[in-house]
Design a protein around this ligand. Structure first.
Ligand SMILES: Cc1cc2nc3c(=O)[nH]c(=O)nc-3n(C[C@H](O)[C@H](O)[C@H](O)COP(=O)(O)O)c2cc1C
Length: 351
């Protein structure tokens, strides 16, 4: 079903133009300090479509959607007196800034690349189509909130997330932008671009994860692919490892704690964290809904039709996806941290 996690279980819920979106978290231990303020730093990063050290727009305008939501979390359950109770935590965000009429055309003529068609098939024609319904990037606000709660279970960890590429160019680009960026060029043409987001997690203990099913890479990937628009993920040297020699890709040990000066494995060997930083990069596709004309099938007539995207859409979703990607990884890592604690408790803490 639409839930992730073994001990720390998360569902995201809602529709883009329904009354609210949010998350439901089950399995969070009691006694953790949690208030709307705990979530604010990450929600703020997502709201602005910005990253620390990056910017959300090119010279030609903002890359982020013109939809403005306050994104004020309402913690409906699972918290009492400012502390988690251990019962399910429901966090909601009311939707306010919706213009559903922009999506009428997509009922019969699904947008290429979007989930209009698959949502209709999967939910037997009953899916809410407004604003992309349950498939909307708006749902990532719940993911970000759940990620902020997950980070409470990872107290020694530090997450550093950056946009590495936008439209095939390094980001941020060189100070001299006179030649224009791929993002600006795409926006001027009513088109969109993708991006690459890099996440680095330091402070993870060695020994999290399982060798086969439940490897750190597979659990993090499962979570990251929950972010709409992800097209790929690589850890450490990633796909470049396939073109390296063993002598280049191996990480020679220099410390008894497993420390290695280089980190080609991205912090994981055999599915288990090795004590180095967990490093992964996620490929984010270009936004599906574009103003430039595209062809699609009109399902009501069976004839090909021209489609020009209406509505308010990010020209590059990677800006706002970045914090959601980080949050998704935190959810997977929190689950692994809880599993490790239960192993330790069962073994009396003896290795
Ligand atoms: C933060 C965020 C914002 C998004 N905004 C838009 C958008 O404005 N327009 C759009 O067409 N898709 C947007 N998307 C992507 C769609 O949600 C996604 O394309 C759709 O669910 C299908 O993608 P998939 O096949 O990769 O799952 C956004 C995704 C994210 C993560």
């Amino acid at each position: 079903m639409n839930t992730i996690g073994r001990l720390f279980r998360v569902s995201v819920l809602g529709e883009s133009h329904g009354p609210a979106v949010g998350c439901l978290i089950d399995g969070c231990p009691p006694g953790l300090a949690l208030s709307p303020g705990t979530l604010e730093a990450d929600l703020g990063r997502r709201r602005a479509g910005s990253l620390s050290g990056g910017s959300g727009g090119g010279a030609g305008g903002s890359a982020a959607t013109a939809r403005h939501e306050a994104d004020e979390p309402e913690i409906i359950s699972g918290v009492y007196g400012g502390k988690t109770t251990g019962t399910p935590i429901l966090i909601l965000f009311r939707n306010a800034d919706t213009i559903s009429s922009d999506y009428e055309a997509f009922r019969d003529s699904p947008r290429p690349g979007h989930a209009d068609f698959t949502g209709k098939v999967r939910y037997r024609g009953f899916a809410d189509p407004r604003g992309g319904g349950h498939f909307s990037g708006r749902l990532t606000v719940g993911l970000v909130a759940a990620g902020a709660v997950a980070k409470l279970l990872l107290p020694g960890c530090r997450f550093e997330t950056r946009l590495a590429e936008v439209g095939g160019q390094p980001w941020p680009g060189p100070a001299d932008t006179s030649r224009g960026s791929a993002l600006d060029a795409a926006m001027a043409a009513g088109d969109s671009v993708g991006g690459v987001v890099e996440v680095r997690v330091s402070g993870l203990p060695a020994g999290l994860g399982e060798p086969f099913f439940g490897s750190v890479e597979s659990l993090v990937s499962e979570a990251v692919f929950a972010v709409p628009g992800i097209r790929g993920i690589e850890f450490g040297d990633g796909f470049a490892a396939a073109r390296m020699r063993g002598s280049e890709h191996n990480d020679p040990f220099v410390g008894r704690d497993g420390a290695t000066p280089r980190n080609g494995a991205g912090g994981v060997n055999g599915g288990v964290t090795n004590g180095n930083d967990l490093v992964f990069r996620a490929a984010v596709k270009p936004t599906s809904t574009i103003a430039a004309a595209q062809s699609t099938l009109d399902f009501s007539t069976g004839k090909m039709a021209r489609l020009e995207g209406k509505g308010r859409h990010d020209a590059c979703i990677a800006f706002r996806a970045a914090v959601a990607i980080e949050a998704a990884s935190a959810i997977a890592l929190a689950d692994l941290a809880l599993i490790a604690r239960s192993y330790d408790a069962a073994s009396g803490g003896k290795a």
